[in-house]
Design a binder for this molecule. Structure first.
Ligand code: PMP
Length: 437
């Protein structure tokens, strides 16, 4: 093969998946991955946030080993296994009162959101759903049907209406973004979308794949008021930014709202496939009609999830996300002062985004430079992905265990990568091997 990595392994090139880097990993520990060439890579992506405790965490290893060696627990016959029952109890204690009914387990954020989309329509008898432009709720047909990310065009449900997510950077100020987004919603209710026909509003408390957008203060509170007024269920998709990542346990807590349904995924299993929907009984009782997935709620993944939640509490990882996230964000602000490619730094806790632009006045997206920066950072030893409806936002979702030193180490590599991209020192032909999106 051409390019920098002469050792691209067969296993990587045979993968029919989105992959950013032409390299297999052979292991990992904490915030570091080990490449098959022995290189240590600092992981600021943590598999889109799924590796919430980092790699090879002892608490997950022990819990999984125990669940595997316990034959009764590992029978996979139903979700009434002990780890699942304990996990359901735990999750119920972590959501607002109004969502405290029953729990459904799935394998991914996608199947969880798909289940919600189907349940809310059946349970309420209302045919419509609201979601945000740019929202990524999953990659199955049913979850794509309620998503607004460009990657999911073509699979949208007939009853879906997309509304703009308030974008403070694009609008010029948080208030301008909030006012425009709320005015859009109110106009919609007064015209095309009768609110009494809307079953649910799917929200991302921080819009992650759409560009790591942080909602302006007061926006979701106003959305909640509208939803309550019209009997619309509020569904908080916490898949990427929940479970402590934002510096609060639930990311919706920043907006002081109480969703009716909460969706967990990614970091819940710490890398193992498990997701959960928590909501009122009247809604969740419909899940059974859609829940025929043989090994969902299996005890191995549930045990991993319990270990994740216990470790988040025991090691104060929500507080660590807040503290280390602050250090990381401050370091990124300092980078912004020196790199004109950086248009905006935003996020909460350890869910951060850096928007790259070719011009700070016009805010033209610097998508090519974003891909090059991600690639160059990888060459230097930093794993970072990009997101955004215009593919120009560097995304930071490192393990919740990240230390301040690791935050600084990663930013130093990013600093170098940005300088190399700006100076044209990165071989553009490498992008041909780069299977991003
Ligand atoms: N919801 C959100 C907010 C996400 O970011 C994602 C994945 N990027 C999903 C749902 C889908 O989760 P999964 O990939 O586990 O199906």
């Amino acid at each position: 093969m051409s390019g920098l990595y002469a050792r691209e392994s067969r296993s990587v090139s045979t993968m029919a998946h989105l992959r950013f880097f032409p390299q297999a990993v052979v292991g990992g520990s904490g915030a570091y991955l080990t490449g098959d060439d022995g290189r240590q890579l600092l992981d600021f992506a943590a598999s889109w946030g799924a590796a919430s405790l980092g790699h090879s965490h002892p608490a997950i290893r022990e819990a999984v080993n125990r669940a595997l060696s316990d034959q009764a627990g590992a029978s996979y016959l139903s979700t009434a296994n002990e780890p699942c029952v304990l996990l359901a109890e735990k999750l119920l204690s972590l959501v607002p009162e109004r969502a405290r009914g029953r729990v459904w387990f799935g394998h991914s954020g996608s199947d969880a959101n798909e289940t919600v989309a189907r349940m809310v329509v059946v349970a309420t008898g209302r045919p419509r759903i609201l979601a945000f432009s740019g929202a990524y709720h999953g990659g199955t047909v049913g979850s794509m049907a309620v998503s607004g990310h460009p990657a999911q065009q073509g699979a949208r449900a007939e009853g879906l209406t997309l509304v703009p997510y308030p974008n403070s950077y694009a609008a010029g100020s948080p208030d301008a973004a909030k006012d425009a987004a709320l005015a859009h919603l109110e106009k919609l209710f007064a015209t095309e979308v009768p609110p009494q026909e809307v079953a649910a509003f799917f929200i991302e408390p921080i819009q992650s794949d759409g560009g790591m957008l942080v909602p302006p203060d007061g926006y979701f509170k106003a959305v909640e008021t509208l939803c309550r007024k019209h009997g619309i269920l509020l569904v908080s998709d916490e898949v990427k930014v929940g479970l402590g990542r934002s510096g609060r346990f639930n990311a919706f807590e920043h907006s002081d709202i109480e969703p009716d349904i909460v969706v967990f995924g990614k970091g819940l299993g710490g890398g193992l496939p498990i997701s959960a929907v928590v909501g009122p009984e009247a809604i969740m009782n419909h899940a059974v009609a859609f829940s025929l997935q043989t090994v969902h709620g299996n005890p191995v993944c549930a045990a991993a999830a319990l270990a994740v939640l216990q470790t988040i509490e025991r090691d104060h990882l929500v507080q660590n996300a807040e503290r280390t996230g602050h250090v990381l964000r401050e370091a990124l602000y300092r980078l912004a002062a020196r790199h004109s490619l950086i248009g905006n730094v935003r996020g909460r806790g350890l869910a951060l985004g850096v928007e790259l632009v070719t011009d700070r006045v016009s805010r033209e997206p610097a998508a090519r430079q974003t891909a090059l920066t991600v690639y160059r950072a990888f060459q230097l030893g930093l794993v970072l992905y990009y997101v955004g409806v215009r593919s120009n936002v560097l995304e930071f979702t490192p393990p919740l265990t990240l230390t301040e030193n690791q935050a600084q180490e990663g930013v130093a590599m990013l600093d170098q990568a940005l300088a190399d991209v700006a100076a044209g020192r990165v071989d553009e032909s490498l992008l041909a091997e780069f299977a991003g999106w």
